[in-house]
Design a binder for this molecule. Structure first.
Ligand code: MG
Length: 157
């Protein structure tokens, strides 16, 4: 059994929605990103890669590679899971914390859980999605951006 940790940050930019955990969420802004800017799936990728000690998301999907331009981040997760499978790892559980001021995510958490569970081929009760504000402090508090943290466990197949 291994534990992995990942974090991702994106700056808010123009747009009318956020992609979080593969779910499209209406918002007063989008994010500045090479891909769809899904901080939850990016943090998940880094947690999985970290647990397996297989590098980080930037090594696997460089910003400079046009192949990943505007990519749905689901493709990153699928690629990472393939790398893990090649090394005989499977996912046991995923725990995510999202920091942002708005919009409220309560009504989207279950959809995120189910989507991540389906991607990782684990039951939804093995996926935890939590959200909190930054109490108006710092770049999250000023609504300049969004952060996601992810911890996961993996085990040998
Ligand atoms: Mg990112």
């Amino acid at each position: 059994m291994r534990v992995g940790f990942g974090v991702d940050v994106h700056r808010f930019g123009s747009g009318d929605h956020l992609m979080l955990g593969g779910i499209r969420i209406p918002a007063p802004h989008g994010v500045v990103a090479h891909s769809d800017g899904d901080v939850v799936l990016h943090a998940l990728c880094d947690a999985l890669l970290g647990a397996a000690a297989l590098g980080d998301i930037g090594e696997h999907f460089p910003d400079s590679d046009p192949a990943w331009h505007q990519s749905p981040s689901r493709l990153f997760v699928e690629h990472v899971l393939q790398r893990l499978e090649e090394h005989s790892w499977r996912v046991v559980h995923v725990d995510v914390s999202i920091l942002l001021e708005s919009p409220k995510l309560a009504s989207y958490k279950q959809a995120m859980r189910e989507n991540i569970a389906s991607l990782c081929r684990i039951p939804p009760d093995a996926v935890s999605i939590k959200a909190t504000t930054s109490e108006g402090i710092g770049f999250v508090g000023r609504s300049e951006g969004i952060v996601a943290y992810c911890v996961c466990t993996i085990e040998r197949q």
